[in-house]
Design a binder for this molecule. Structure first.
Ligand code: NAD
Length: 481
């Protein structure tokens, strides 16, 4: 792959960059360069925000269109994205190491499904309602689009996480500046091509890849009305502080360290639960924010749970992300592998017992691979149990009874995802309700577009997806008639 671009998609046109600075995305499986794109500067961000502002403020423009008309344009965009499915799969998987089998589902089919879901919500959207006032006279309550949205996304699910923001923003009538992460820029150009083909009005969607400085410039830009961010907790805190000072609405989807609670009646037959377990604990090489990387096991079945997870992690084929048989690809970057390896060393230093993995897989000398790794005898207060590793590393922690399991699950700075594994789904749901977390699954975990997704505590603020995700791109205006 050698893909070269020399423009940004701003204001419905392909625009030359302000500077000669470039980004070289790299193949995580081979360490080979994949092409080159311009790196956005503050001046490029200024132009993108100005285009989004002009598009939003046009009285006959996107924000003023009937929602059903916006829905039609969103469905054309979904079609244009689907036409490029193979390209999205190949580009995302090469850049961040996501196995193609995962990318096919989550970076090709899923984003356009989210877009179609929000197009459907836009068709049903009631932008104004009149209700009787308590103190006399009718009252009109309008739901207006919040304005120009800054969407800042990370590299782990670049298209899905862009669409978590773009789809509800478009449905609400907002205009958007997307800033992709420097690691995953090539898929962003496919999205820009799809936007151009779908014929969205100029300035409704603008895309400027860039690094932290470009992101910070966008967050603080005076013409931005709302910030939607997914990424690390550290960056989220910095962005939240800026938005707090500016009194600017912000949603923050940040890190996690979720619990996978194995109840004493759980069926550990991997033939039955293996797929669900994969999606809930090791999806995308462990580089997924909602994963249950703290496995809580009943003490009297502890050895059995450790054996099951050891067999499960040890059985997953590790290899080049472009191979359809690969279940675990490389880490997205060299730095990410260094981080994961330093956590494995820390776990060993703290006395955890390695039951599988822990090193680099044999025969894979190129690419940033780490073996799927399981630690047993982990204390919930240790670093590997408390900090987000963002790699294929699971820690198995023993509990005494269900109260103890819930206590351990909640003894975390984070609260994003989680799962409960049981033969009794009602019992599982009762335990799930006691876990302090934004989302949790019983015997499965899939962020469904129809329901709100997001975290509590250090996992973030606000919700994406579902009607709740749309509401965060609207502001109400009350008119006492
Ligand atoms: P990151 O926070 O460094 O970067 C994410 C994005 O924000 C990038 O586009 C980056 O350029 C930009 N950015 C960084 N600092 C910024 C700042 N101060 N102002 C504005 N923009 C800034 O994270 P990453 O390394 O790209 O992604 C991995 C992290 O993201 C993990 O910790 C993971 O848990 C988290 N994550 C969370 C979710 C979720 O939904 N909760 C989803 C995916 C990833």
């Amino acid at each position: 792959m050698d893909l070269r671009y020399d423009t940004f998609y701003i204001g419905g046109a392909w625009v030359r960059p302000d500077s000669g600075r470039t980004i070289t995305p790299v193949d995580a499986s081979t360490e080979e360069p994949l092409g080159e794109v311009p790196e956005g500067t503050g001046a490029d961000i200024d132009r993108a925000v100005a285009a989004a502002r002009t598009a939003f403020d046009d009285p006959s423009g996107w924000a003023g269109w009937e929602p059903a008309r916006r829905a039609g344009a969103m469905e054309r965009l979904a079609d244009a994205i689907d036409l490029r499915a193979d390209g999205f799969v190949a580009r995302v998987s090469a850049q961040n190491g996501m196995p193609v089998a995962v990318a096919r589902q989550l970076e090709a089919g899923y984003p356009s499904a989210i877009l179609r879901y929000y197009a459907g919500l836009a068709r049903e959207l009631s932008v104004a309602e009149t209700r009787p006032g308590l103190l006399g006279g009718p009252i009109e309550v309008r739901r207006a689009p919040v304005g120009v949205v800054a969407a800042i996304v990370p590299w782990n699910f670049p298209q899905a996480l862009t669409m978590f923001k773009l789809a509800p923003a478009l449905a609400a009538g907002c205009t958007v500046v997307v800033k992709p992460s420097p690691e995953t820029v090539l898929d962003a150009y496919l999205l820009a091509e799809a936007v151009a083909e779908a014929g969205l009005p100029p300035g409704v969607v603008n895309i400027v890849p860039g690094g932290r400085a470009a992101g910070a410039h966008l967050v603080a830009h005076p013409s931005v009305d709302k910030v939607a961010f997914t990424g690390s907790t550290a960056a989220g805190r910095a962005i939240g502080e800026v938005c707090g000072r500016l009194l600017r609405p912000v949603t923050l989807e940040l890190g996690g360290k979720s619990a996978a609670i194995v109840l004493d009646d759980a069926d550990l037959d991997l033939a039955k639960i293996g797929e669900g377990l994969f999606g809930a604990t090791l999806l995308n090489n462990g580089q997924t924010c909602f994963l249950g990387t703290r496995v809580l096991a009943p003490r009297h079945r502890y050895a059995e749970v450790v054996d099951a997870f050891t067999a499960f992690a040890g059985s997953l084929p590790v290899g080049d992300a472009s191979d359809p048989a690969t279940r675990i690809g490389p880490m997205a970057t060299r730095l990410q592998r260094e981080r994961v390896e330093s956590y494995i060393a820390k776990g060993l230093g703290d006395g955890a017992r390695l039951t599988t993995g822990g090193g680099r897989p044999a025969g894979l000398d190129r690419g940033w691979f780490v073996e799927p790794t399981v630690f047993a005898d982990v204390d919930n207060t240790s670093v590997v149990a408390q900090e987000e590793i963002f790699g294929p590393v699971l820690s198995v922690i023993a509990y005494d009874d269900v109260d103890d399991a819930v206590r351990l699950a909640n003894d975390s700075d984070f609260g994003l995802g989680g799962t409960v594994w049981t033969s009794d789904p009602e019992r599982g749901a009762a335990v799930a309700r006691r876990v302090q977390t934004g989302t949790i699954g019983v015997n499965r975990y899939i962020p469904d577009p129809a329901a709100p997704f997001g975290g509590i505590k250090s996992s973030g603020l606000g919700r994406e997806l579902g009607p709740e995700g749309l509401a965060s791109y609207q502001q109400t205006q009350t008119i006492y008639l």
